[in-house]
Ligand binder design. Sequence first.
Ligand SMILES: Nc1ncnc2c1ncn2[C@@H]1O[C@H](COP(=O)(O)OP(=O)(O)OP(=O)(O)O)[C@@H](O)[C@H]1O
Ligand SMILES: [Mg+2]
Length: 320
Amino acid sequence: MSARELYQDLRRFDEEYIEFAAFRAAADAIRANLEMFREAGLVQHLVVVGESGTGKSTLCRWLAAAYPMQRLTERNVVPVLVVAVPAAATIASMAEAILTSLGDPAPNRGTISEKARRIVKLVHGCKVEIILIDEAQHISDRGQSHTHYMVADWLKVLIDGMGVPTVFLGLPRVETLIQANEQLRRRFSNRLRLSLGQDESRTVREECLELFQSLGQSLPLRLSAEPFPLDDLGVRLYYASDGRIAHIKKLLGGALRLAIEEGHDAIEPFLLERVFTNEVWWEGVGALNPFNEAFTHRRLDRAGEPFEDVRPSQVKQRGR
Ligand SMILES: Nc1ncnc2c1ncn2[C@@H]1O[C@H](COP(=O)(O)OP(=O)(O)OP(=O)(O)O)[C@@H](O)[C@H]1O
Ligand SMILES: [Mg+2]
């Protein structure tokens, strides 16, 4: 295989969408809210949480592609409006981000209340049917708590003013923001998680293995679990990925590249072991590498490990 073919394969692999159970459940719930608004004018909101790499931004892109924007001469029609909350969001920066995604020619012009009025007008003018607010944890990440309160309060007023279903997507700590504001809590009582392991009919290990196998189908080499039994590979994949699709993809893509560069005819655990150390966690060797025979079979979520839950306040404390 030429280098060019390899890169084409890797690119195709990278761009492919897999509708794993949690992804499909979240996509269905969002579509149902959109359809309910379209058919009956009912407004239901939703929160979708997931750790980094579970597919939140991908879900936004997938939905925007499923309900594409139409460019008309006088105005664009945008059924699915995607807004990424800027880091350290203030009311002004939130408003500007929303105006930018609505195509406002001068998003930073005007006072806060003028911006809010323009947002409401454009949302109606562009016939927006659902608003996806990605990186919603940025609303609560920085600043004093009274600033959070003000941003949350402003959002609540805006959400009511727009009268369109809204979805918050963000890291699990987004729940803290919603819990802290009673009025948001009441509006966003429906919540979904995007990591693997939400499907009650299967274990998370089975889901990891299935995802690995379906991703592998588009690759030019076969997958092999040797020397492990297949279900054991599922367990190891779970510990190596923490149930996040981004890591499963990284492991497979890296192993494919190594296999082709070194002339192996299958993607095997010894290759995944090397990719885990090189691309996921450089200290992940021996008993701390899920694809090593000596692996300890536990989640790698202790301090300094790749799936440790680090919150901004902890980062600050550590930096001191
Ligand atoms: N349904 C899917 N099918 C195939 N690949 C996916 C899917 N969802 C996510 N991915 C892949 O996983 C990686 C991470 O996805 P994404 O950026 O959407 O995660 P995220 O939850 O937004 O992460 P972050 O919180 O860091 O922004 C990307 O490489 C993306 O291509
Ligand atoms: Mg994202």
